[in-house]
Design a protein around this ligand. Structure first.
Ligand SMILES: Nc1ncnc2c1ncn2[C@@H]1O[C@H](COP(=O)(O)OP(=O)(O)OP(=O)(O)O)[C@@H](O)[C@H]1O
Ligand SMILES: Nc1ncnc2c1ncn2[C@@H]1O[C@H](COP(=O)(O)OP(=O)(O)OP(=O)(O)O)[C@@H](O)[C@H]1O
Ligand SMILES: [Mg+2]
Ligand SMILES: [Mg+2]
Lengths: 165, 172, 165, 172
């Protein structure tokens, strides 16, 4: 059992590092066993080194840095034990516009074989979703939704006659 | 396996029957103004997956039944999620083929007396039957890490060391 | 003492209503005494009616609706007991772009006689701050700040020679 | 009365001495990438206003002293806030005139042994002297509602009824 755990732990740690390095462009992250000989006793600590900075415990990071660390962990765990779909609500609330775009593009590459449903208020995120948008609105106290294919919009837009010269 | 659509009936801010979707393999975004009902879409999934009321931002399941000035008298709410399997082709999303005959329909209804029941492909079942069925398709309801609720993302990294350990042990 | 409290309470409630109606464009809000004869015992409840919807207790609202209610309360209290300055960190995290803009414009009108320092990641907010921007950056692990007057930028931009025809 | 500038020395992510500002009457925005130090600017105000370490996102005040790979050996941190009074003219911000001679300088330093001391216009004082001085200028430190920390805005409206009552009674 210890063997299985250590094998899984090494994979998750490796994937976490890969993902975090990619989304923080120069940072690094690490899962450390508090007690190497008895991992089930003391647990696992999560340390992060944001780009250009020192290794820190998670609780000293800023809101945006914590968000990136959490997402790296979720994406890292996915490689070890994939889930067929993910549903995420406003994961970009604390991210600056550049990081919203980085996470959005990562999800885009990442979802080659997996379904992602993302609730977002940030244009830098939802503008990347070219295939399916669910629009939610509440005209009179009752919610209605509509499924939109943005590519159909741009196609029909192209079909329009060019404006008179 | 992917979520094909979600059918809600009198659930939270939805009055009447609404089909949310269709969704496909790959990425879908849910957008709209504050208070329109986006998080309620996620809540419908939590509801069908057996989460208790306090995780669905409410005290009792009866409060999930639609209740507005216009429609104050709804007696029950129902959420049905339709899953389907797709051919994994590692290719662009457009090519994902739905495999006919692999549809799975999971449903939960809740009533004013706070009772609720589940159905799987139309048959009344216990929640654990649904948990097993989903587990066989790779959806691990004990771990729930494929759902990130509004406001929760920052604390995933901040889990206590022991909690992280349980998380990983749970994965194995 | 009861008299003073009721007088103050009426003013705060009135101002809260005015502010909330303005920022929610059609909504309403209310502070209610749980026990009219003994307000110090049971406390005050805060109810909100978002545009087009029913009166609700605060805990049933969405993240963005709670944010708007909180800000209406803060701005309402200011009329009763002004503070010379306010400092707010990412109050727009849960707001859709339209509400970010509404709050930004409200602060702009509101700060006629008061100092507001706003930390924000949203362009719809900080683009409205035409006089002073503090840029914060961390080139190598140590924070540096710079004070910018955006109007100087646009002036020098206008001074540039027009491109050759 | 307005904040004219904030002078930080070895405080959190600031190494050395930095002047943040100048600020004027009206609106200023603080912008920058995640982790650059924007909330640390607000923390410097909390520090000078006597907030305890747990409200400044840290366990002990000694952890507010700058500590990085490059500069691991700072012994103390200091934050000085310079206030000044302005002529209230109800006009556009540009016209606000600073009144010479009305400057107020409030400062706090913290050391590795977790001790800290305060100065007011250069003189060592107790924190309560600063609280009184600021109170006279309309800054009510007991109420703190003029400071909204990152992640806090949603819960202002969700205060328990009794807490709201204390808040209002405090105002009167
Ligand atoms: N049982 C119910 N009946 C009717 N309306 C309800 C019910 N439960 C919740 N609501 C309404 O649903 C709305 C909240 O919806 P939701 O949280 O999905 O919004 P949202 O789109 O996620 O907004 P935000 O962008 O601010 O997070 C609230 O206005 C609330 O009053
Ligand atoms: N004592 C200290 N010495 C050096 N660096 C510190 C110290 N305390 C905190 N920091 C660093 O300051 C950074 C946090 O800064 P801050 O919270 O101000 O960021 P921010 O600009 O508000 O980011 P966000 O937009 O994500 O909220 C972290 O990277 C943290 O490591
Ligand atoms: Mg929401
Ligand atoms: Mg911050």
């Amino acid at each position: 059992r210890y063997q299985e755990f250590m094998a899984g732990f090494m994979i998750i740690n490796q994937k976490l590092k890969e993902v975090f390095r990619m989304i923080s462009i120069g940072g690094d992250a690490e899962l450390e066993l508090q007690d190497t000989f008895n991992p089930f006793l003391e647990g696992i600590a999560f340390s992060v080194r944001p780009r250009n900075k020192a290794w820190t415990q998670i609780d000293r990071l800023s809101g945006g840095e914590k968000t990136l660390s959490s997402l790296a962990l979720v994406f890292g765990l996915h490689y070890f034990k994939p889930s067929p779909f993910y549903m995420m609500d406003e994961i970009d609330a604390a991210l600056d516009t550049r990081n919203v775009s980085i996470i959005g593009h990562y999800i885009k590459k990442f979802t080659v074989n997996c379904q992602f449903i993302v609730i977002s208020l940030r244009a830098e995120m939802y503008d990347l979703f070219e295939r399916r948008i669910i629009g939610v609105f509440k005209p009179d106290g009752c919610t209605r939704t509509v499924a939109i294919d943005p590519r159909e919009f741009s196609k029909s837009h192209l079909k329009q006659p060019s404006p008179p010269p | 396996m992917i979520i094909k659509n979600i059918v809600v009936h009198n659930f939270k801010s939805f009055h009447g029957t609404h089909v949310i979707g269709p969704f496909f393999k790959g990425m879908s975004s849910v957008i709209g103004p504050n208070g329109s009902g986006k998080s309620n879409v996620l809540d419908s999934i939590l509801f069908v997956f057996g989460y208790r009321a306090s995780k669905i931002r409410t005290k009792k399941v009866s409060m999930l039944i639609h209740n507005s000035a216009k429609f104050p008298n709804c007696n029950s709410c129902t959420v049905t999620v339709n899953f389907v399997q797709i051919l994994d082709n590692n290719g662009p999303q457009e090519d994902a083929q739905e495999i006919p005959g692999t549809e799975v329909e999971v449903s939960r209804s809740a009533f004013k007396d706070n009772s609720s029941h589940y159905t799987l492909d139309g048959k009344r079942v216990q929640f654990k039957d649904i948990a097993v069925k989903l587990q066989n398709h790779g959806v691990d309801l004990t771990n729930g890490r494929f759902l990130i609720l509004q406001g929760e993302v920052e604390q995933i990294a901040q889990m206590k060391p022991k909690a992280e350990n349980e998380n990983d042990t749970g994965l194995l």
